[in-house]
Ligand binder design. Structure first.
Ligand code: ZN
Length: 135
């Protein structure tokens, strides 16, 4: 089951520059920044009620975010849904015919296990599933 929209991922050229605009827009500071080395991204998170905004900046030229910005410019990159059991959901979605980018979950930012679905099977929208890691 998908519980809620956990966050929206937004690709930006520079987190440092975008942070000021988002702070002004949302009326609050970010609550964390984190680099995800394996993905080649630097992230910044803002809490908005139950959901979050995740800013994503490429840390290397061959990262997915760098390629996305090159092709489409800055903007919404993915929608992330919160799930209770990511393995069960991946199995269910595979059964529904969705194209999984990650067959098994991997570590993501913000204490999450994550997996992406390919946008070609989701109407052009990159979809992330994320499950809070138990501490
Ligand atoms: Zn995300």
């Amino acid at each position: 089951m998908l519980n809620k929209i956990e966050h929206l991922g937004i690709a930006v050229k520079s987190i440092e520059k975008s942070a000021k605009m988002y702070e002004a827009l949302l009326g609050k500071p970010a609550y964390k920044t984190e680099i995800v080395e394996s993905e080649g991204v630097s992230t910044m998170f803002f809490q908005i009620g139950e959901s979050k905004i995740e800013l994503l900046e490429a840390t290397k030229p061959d990262s997915a975010i760098a390629k996305f910005i090159e092709k489409k410019g800055e903007g919404i990159h993915h929608i992330a849904y919160d799930v209770n059991d990511i393995e069960v959901e991946l199995e269910r979605l595979k059964g529904e015919g969705f194209d999984l980018i990650h067959l098994t979950p991997k570590d993501g930012a913000d204490n999450k296990r994550i997996a992406f679905l390919h946008p070609k099977s989701t109407g052009g929208v990159l979809v992330e599933l994320c499950q809070e890691k138990k501490v």
